[in-house]
Structure formats: C-alpha cells, structure tokens
Ligand binder design. Structure first.
Ligand code: FDA
Length: 314
C-alpha cells in the first residue's frame, strides 16, 4: 500500500550517501534538520539545554546512535554520554535533574552477540555513575517490543544502585497497563508515550483511538499511584486529561512533568512552563541525525506527518 511505498522509499534514502550529502549541505534542509536536532557536538547539546533553561524548560538529552552491532561504537556512545554529563555539570546545567540524559540500550551494545545485554547494562551503569556525580538522572528509552522485557530487567538492576533511573512505557503495547501498575510505586519515574515503532497487532493496538484510550488508562494508573509520571505527548487532548487527573489527585506540580520533543510545539512548551508546570524537552544530538530522522519517519508513516506538521506548527 501507500504506507509501504513511502516506508521503502525512506529506508532507501536513509542508506544513500549522495542524498545524505545533498541534505547535509543544502541550506534549507540544514535549517529544517536544526529545528529537530540542534547539532552534532556535545557543545551543541549543552548550548540547547542552556537556551531551554532561559524559558524555564528542563531537558533530557539523547546521543544519537542506535542499533549498535559493534563494540567500538557502543563504547564510543558510552564515552559520549559520560563526557556530556561532565560538561553539563561544568556548565551548571545538571543539578536537581535540570539536564538529564535518555539512553537506548541498543546503542550501548544490547544487540551484540553473546554478552550484549550484560555489556549494555555495564555501559548504562557507568553512565549512571557519571549522572550521580553530576546530580542528575537517567531515563532508559523504550525500543521495539522484542526488547521490552530486557529493558525492564535492566531497569530493575540499575535501580538497585540508582533508584532514580526512569522507564518508558508505550501505550500502544497491550501489556502496558499492567506494566504501569508494576511501576506506579514511590520514587519510580515513568515516561508515558504512545510508542514510535511499527508493531504487530498481536502485541500492539493499531488504531489511534485504541492507542489514545490505552494512554488514558495508563495515565490514570500512574497519576493515582505514588510514582513520578512523565507525560510525553504533543496531543492536546491527552495533555488536558493529564492536567485534569493531576488536579483530581491533588498532585503538586513538582510530582510529575510534561515532556515534548525538541522543535515540536515550542510555543506550547513555553506556555506549560509559564503556568508553573514542569516541562522537559527531549534533545537528540550527534552525527547520526540523518538516520534518526529518516528511520523515525520510515518506521511509521504517521511519523513523517509528525515531523512535517512540526515544520508548520508553532
Ligand atoms: P500524535 O503524533 O498521535 O499526535 C496527536 C496530536 O498532537 C496531533 O493530532 C496534533 O494535534 C498534536 N501534534 C502532534 N504533533 C504535532 C506537531 N508536530 N505540531 C503540532 N501539533 C502536533 N517513543 C518510543 O517508542 N520510545 C521512547 O522511548 C520514546 N521517547 C519519547 C520521549 C519524549 C519526550 C516524547 C515526546 C516522545 C517519545 N517517543 C518515544 C515518541 C512517542 O512514542 C510518539 O511517537 C510521539 O511523541 C508522537 O506522539 P504524540 O503523543 O505526540 O501524538
């Protein structure tokens, strides 16, 4: 169908060096990319964090580099995070979790043959030590459904030493309401999102109505619980429901937060921060931005619309 055609075209483009060079050097598209990825260096990520702070927004920073099947690359990713955390601390942007980091275990070696899970966990642990030293936190991104159990297991292990490590739950997965119940305990930081991967019907709701109502069910569990919900969505209806549930449970604004992606609905981000709620922005940075944007769009045709809408929106 049309979705498959678009997906295949985007996946082809994501592999083409010629197209990559053209996109990287064309002034208009550079500007477009900058809207969603502030740059490729640590300095770019730190500068974006500093800029967000001027409007009272918090940050969570993702060093781009997924699906690592090479140990050298996994080590490079770990080192990039450790360096980033040191620089955030030096710039006084990490205290009290102002600038934290988001990690993908696949980028830290989870898919390496043999000891992948152990290697990724060890790398994550070293990043957590750097985060502890900087006075901030870490959130484990959630990837496709074949990795959910492994990621939740890594979360349990890391929380024994670093109880502030956060999890991500994707409302499109049928299992997620149960996972929310398990995670709605004191001190537990849980980011709730809809989910960005193309998943089979056996494990995931397919229609946006089902994904949205599942999101609300998960929100109810998290807001009623004792944990720290992180409401990651740009969807006005879901944001409104989250606010109503927080009020219903008499939650102090310091006991939950909203999260959005860098470059998406920036005016709404500022409005939420201005009214006294916590607003955290997810900043992806690094050399791998081209693959990041293309793959995000190829995984789900809806993601293409998502970024295109971001260009037109305020
Ligand atoms: P959706 O894309 O369904 O849009 C709903 C409505 O929101 C639209 O109808 C429109 O009104 C409004 N809207 C959306 N985009 C807009 C735009 N660009 N401009 C204006 N209005 C817009 N996924 C994952 O699988 N694992 C993860 O670890 C993470 N992590 C993560 C962190 C953070 C901080 C965020 C915000 C998101 C993620 N995601 C994620 C991605 C997430 O799963 C999802 O794909 C996107 O957030 C898009 O879903 P929305 O809830 O924003 O709504």
């Amino acid at each position: 169908d049309a979705g498959d055609l678009l997906r295949n075209a985007l996946l082809q483009l994501s592999k083409s060096d010629g197209v990559r060079r053209t996109i990287e050097t064309a002034p208009v598209s550079r500007q477009v990319v900058r809207r969603f990825v502030p740059g490729s260096t640590t300095e770019d990520a730190v500068a974006a964090t500093a800029e967000l702070r001027m409007t009272n927004r918090l940050a969570t920073i993702d060093y781009l580099g997924e699906d690592t099947t090479d140990l050298t690359q996994a080590i490079r990713t770990r080192d990039a995070y450790v360096h980033l955390l040191r620089e955030l601390k030096r710039a006084d942007l990490s205290q009290m979790g102002m600038g934290e980091v988001s990690l993908k275990l696949s980028a830290l070696g989870q898919a390496l043959p043999g000891d992948g899970a152990k290697i990724a966990l060890e790398h994550a642990r070293e990043i957590c030590e750097a985060a502890a030293d900087a006075g901030t936190t870490v959130t484990l991104d959630m990837e496709d459904h074949t990795t959910t159990d492994a990621t939740l297991e890594a979360l349990r292990e890391l929380r024994q030493d670093f109880p502030w490590v956060g999890a991500v739950i994707q409302s499109y997965l049928r299992r997620s309401e149960a996972d929310c119940r398990d995670l709605a305990h004191e001190g537990s930081r849980v980011r709730l999102c809809k989910g960005a991967y193309k998943e089979p019907e056996s494990v995931a709701f397919q229609s946006s109505e089902e994904v949205d109502t599942a999101y609300v069910r998960c929100l109810k569990v998290l807001m009623a619980g004792d944990g720290y919900p992180m409401v990651a969505s740009h969807d006005p209806r879901l944001l409104e429901i989250a606010g109503a549930l927080a009020a219903h449970h008499r939650r102090d604004p310091q006991t939950f937060e909203y999260q959005m992606l860098y470059g998406i609905r920036p005016e709404e981000q500022k409005r939420i921060a201005d009214r006294g709620d916590q607003m955290r922005v997810y900043i992806p940075y690094g050399e791998e931005w081209y693959g990041y944007l293309m793959r995000r769009m190829a995984e789900r045709p809806a993601n293409t619309m998502f970024f295109l809408r971001g260009l037109a929106s305020r």
